[in-house]
Design a protein. Structure first.
Length: 172
């Protein structure tokens, strides 16, 4: 799948088939996270590939989206650009998972109140931040990305407020 198809096909998948995901695919997906940009190229990010069913089941206490074959935990050191560095890695991971035909979801909001508990569960050192969890698996149903604003509604040419000429609009 090419990059633009992956961007368009990516969607938040929260229900999965009870199918495992090969470790080789998971490594490819995490590798996309590894290659993401980071402030000063510090790369203070680490990942856990979670395939153990008993751990995945416990993660369902955060949000019931971990009936997936696997999950990826994104961990960052608390540096100046930690949020940006982690976010870049997460997006690359979501796109790579999509490109390989898997469903995924950025789980951060529901993780926040459970971060301490989840860090203990996963053995993550206290001083590091568990930024996001990403279930990866075969989607239970087909579906579409949540609707997005139209390009011309949010994009200007040269100066704020100047609309794009019709010919450069690329909504579909
Ligand atoms: C910073 C951030 C935090 C998110 N946290 C959660 C979450 O905790 N649980 C969840 O189900 N989805 C979460 N999402 C996914 C969004 O709900 C989803 O991306 C949005 O509704 C748009 O849908 P789409 O991914 O299909 O485009 C999060 C997304 C982002 C970017």
């Amino acid at each position: 799948m090419d990059l633009f198809s992956a961007i368009k096909n990516r969607r938040s998948v929260r229900l999965f088939q009870d199918k495992s995901v090969p470790l080789e695919d998971l490594k490819k997906i995490v590798d996309a996270g590894r290659l993401a940009p980071s402030g000063y190229n510090l790369q203070k990010r680490e990942f856990i590939i979670i395939t153990d069913k008993s751990i995945l089941l416990r993660l369902n206490d955060i949000q019931p989206v971990f009936d997936a074959g696997a999950a990826i935990a994104v961990i960052v050191e608390k540096t100046k650009y930690a949020i940006e560095d982690a976010s870049a890695a997460v997006e690359n991971i979501l796109l790579a998972a999509t490109a390989l035909g898997y469903g995924s979801c950025w789980i951060e909001g529901t993780l926040i109140p459970h971060e301490k508990w989840a860090k203990e569960l996963l053995g993550i050192p206290k001083e590091k931040k568990l930024f996001a969890l990403i279930p990866i698996g075969v989607p239970l149903t087909s579906g579409e990305q949540a609707p997005k604003k139209r390009l011309e509604e949010i994009t200007y040419l040269n100066l704020y407020g100047v609309k794009l000429p019709q010919s450069t609009q690329t909504n579909d």
